[in-house]
Structure formats: structure tokens, C-alpha cells
Design a protein around this ligand. Sequence first.
Ligand code: FBP
Length: 553
Amino acid sequence: MKLSPLQKARYEYQPKLPGMLRNGISSICVKEGEATQSVADQDKIAALFPNTYGKKEITFVKGTNTSVAKKQVVGVILSGGQAPGGHNVVSGLYDALKATNKDNVLIGFKGGPSGLTDDKYIVFDDEYIDQFRNTGGFDIIGSGRTKLETEEQFKVASEVCKKHGITAIVIIGGDDSNTNAAVLAEYFAAHNTGVQVIGCPKTIDGDLKNDDIECSFGFDTATKTYSELIGNIERDANSAKKYWHFIKVMGRSASHVALECALETQPNICLIGEEVAAKKMSLSQIANQIADSVVARSNKGMNFGVAIIPEGIVEFVPEFGKLIAEINELLAGAKADEFNALTTWADKYAFIEKGLTKESMAVFALLPESIQQQLFLERDPHGNVQVSLIESEKLFAELVGNVLKERKAKGEFNGKFGTQHHFFGYEGRCAFPSNFDADYCYSLGYNAFMLIRYGFNGYLSKVSNLSKPADQWVAGGMPITKMMNIERRHGEDKPVIRKALVELDGAPFKYFEAHRAEWAVETCFTFPGAIQYYGPAEVCDLTTRTLALEKGE
Ligand code: FBP
């Protein structure tokens, strides 16, 4: 394999551990904290997790290691969408295992959680691990979105663990995967399998965070990658002065990614889904708001600008959500065949018009035809509209264009409105992890081993104080059940980790809110540039503006 110079250099990078994990494994002991309660629905969660509920939070501190040494065979799984740093979680875990006992074994289950139930695996060795240190991607073992949630799967998982002599499983995933980690941990405990389960918080979306988990890994690198690209586009827009760029950024539901990119680049517009929902904004209100900025800037001679659109935005627009629900209903069961048998778009349109309520039809009629058709083309396996595939960057550009046409006709706008569209998603998920993510992930993996070594089960590997230099980071663990509540999913009450949406009274949004009126009219762009791996710490090791603002810095 031909290596790029950066790849070679990154192999040599030694990730930084939290201060208390630097003393050698024999000098790490446990400080117990308070017993925990779930964030809500305590009685129900306690009843569902009788063996793993209410455990204490713990911190690792300097002291004599009191755990009983035994040979460990650990299985690791990467679950869900890629996030920069996943390889370092694996290498941190591997290094801690081997530092304790060179006969310890790390097994990687391939292709996500199904690797465990299908027993598809590799056994890691130095040579293999070394090819992946400090690199992006999940290709070390691959990932997948299979959910481990049924009794049958758990049974098979126990048999696979027994076959390999596995003592612990580490699941690296987002809120759903870690919810499943908690359920698996409870199953293993209830069935006296002796297998521990530890989770690690991953997702570029940044929505797995709470009082205990300051951020999920990958968010830092992905948002820095998108911010670099957005900054470059801002410079291009400011140079050419002829386009409005509509840029969709990933984040399936929550708008943390969009908000962080806005804080980094100060675009003219950034939509925040959570605000749109709270204010019950309509598509036309949003389009008018953007059009106001276009007109104000045009009046100052600036017929260019940048708007960031979060991937999940349309689901937060109440009237759009209603439209989607009606479309799902309209094409349920056999009605889909009837619709698909129609050969022309005009016939299909008539079918749709007949099936939707007047209000939803009005929203549908507002959409550009390409988006209207998309709503009927892309269906998920359950027959539902795949909202994440809607090209909302084009949708809003067109809606704004329509508003401006009307304003032009009324003599309210004399400028030009040329548009470009971009979607930044996959570009950021496998980037070389920033120093922050490289260090954070390695620490999460190393720390996961410490939790295993001390016999914890159903815990999330927790590294905090992250806005400070790594030597001040604090390592420990938190029972996953503490983060859970009961939510309605697919018509059933389920225990799940509460997803973190953007808080409208939180410091990051407040900062954005205080500045966006100026950004909408003036050109206040900032250019973060590419991620830097070598150089001064204030350039290379700083994490996100979101975290800094949340910490009051
Ligand atoms: P996770 O929640 O699994 O980390 O995935 C997040 C994400 O990258 C979203 O931002 C995006 O909407 C989605 O995955 C895309 O999924 P896919 O990789 O299946 O296209």
C-alpha cells in the first residue's frame, strides 16, 4: 500500500492520555462517586435494568491498582456511521490490553454489530493495528447499522462470546448503539455470562452528549472539515461576488453540526432545526427570512452570500412533517402499487392532490417539482419518505428565488440572485482525526479497558474536562442507564438514551443568536482553514467553539 506523507507521519503520532491514565496501569485506582438515577422515568428504567441500574459513577485516580488481574479476551464493534477517531478507540483499547498482559486478546467483529452475531471477526496484532493508528475511517473492521436488540440475538451473542472466551465487549456507537449496549449488558448480567459490556460515545452529529458526556467523538474533526470548506467557499463568494451558496451539512436530526460550523465561519444565514420547530416556522417564513438577508446585502451592493442548512431541517418544519406523514399514509400498502402504475407525472400529481389535505397540498404545491418528485421516489424499506435524502439546499435556494421574483415584481428587489448548492457530509466522516479526536478517542479506548479491568458492566467510557489540555482531562465511567428515559418508538415505549438537541437557551445558540443579525447583512466571514496536526497547541489542539461556549470560555 502506498502511503501519503501525512499518513506516515500520523503513524508516529503518540496520542495524549488524560493525566491520571499516564502513570501506568498498576498506578490507577477507582474513586467512587454517587449512585446514579436515570434522567427520567426512574421506576420504569430501574425495573427494566434490575442488574445494571443505579450503579455509581466512577473516576480513575492515581493510586494502587486494586483490580484482580486476569487474562482478558475483549471483542470490539464499530456501530453506525463513520466518525473520525474510531481507529484510535481500537488502538487505545489494544495498547491498554497489551500493556497489562501481552497474552490479552482483542477481537474485532467485522461489519458492525452483525459481526458479533454472525461470528465474523479478526484477531488484532501489532502489525495490523499499526496500519490504522491516527487515521480516519472505520475500515479497520468496518461498521454497520444492525441493531442488537432481540433476545435471540443476545443468545447468539452469548454463545459467540463463550466460544472465544470473551470477557468483555466494547461497543463504539451513538445513542441507539449505546442503548443496545446497555440492554446487552443487562442480558449478560441477568444470565450470569460473566461478559461485561462497555460503550464509547461516537457520532459526528454531536447529539450524544449530556451532563456527563461532554461530546461524542468525531464531531470535532467533522465540523472542522466542513468549516474549512465553508470558509473556502466564503472566500470564493467574497472574491467572485456573484453567488449565494446554499450548503447543507450532515447531522441526521439535531443541528449541532450546522451551529458549530456557523460559529466557526460566521455565514450570512444558518438555519437551526430546533428553533424552526420551537417557533413553528413555515417554509415560506424561512424563505422570507433568507430573502430579507439577500435583499439587505444586495442593497449594499453585495449580491453574494452563504447559507448553512442542517441536514435534518425539514423534519423540524411542522407543516412539512405533516406533509410527510400524509404522504406515508397515502402510499401505505397497496396504494403504492396504484400510484406506481401511473405513468405520467400529471396523473401522479392528480392522485396526490386527491389524497392530501388542503393544507398539506398547499405546502406540496410550494415545493420545486424536483423535490416533489423526490418525495415519491426515495422510500425506505418500510415505505416511508427518506427525509434525509431531500435536497434541502436546493429546496431553500428555489423557495428564496421564488420570493425574490415576487419582490422584484413589486419593485422591492433589484439585485441578482445566482445560486450554487453543496452538501458536506461524507467528506468529514473519515478525515484524519484532529489531534483532539486522536487524543480523545485513544483515551476513550484506553479508559474502556480500565473499566473492563475493574469489572464494570453497562458503563460508558467517559473522558471529561475536554476544553482543557489533555493532561487535565478526567477519566472514568458512567452507567449508561443514567442517560436513559422512556420514549415512544415505532408505537412502543422503549428505554433509550436521551438524544441531545440544540438547546435554545444554551450558550452556543445564544452566541449565534446575538450575532446573526449582523452576519446576515454584513460580510463577517471567518476562515478556519484546514485542520493542523503539527504546530502550536492553540492552532492544533483546540476543540470546538460549541464546547468552549458550553464551558463558559
Ligand atoms: P451515526 O448517528 O450512526 O453516527 O451516523 C450519523 C450520520 O453520519 C448522519 O449525520 C447522517 O444522516 C447519516 O449518518 C448517514 O447515514 P448513512 O451512512 O447510512 O448514509
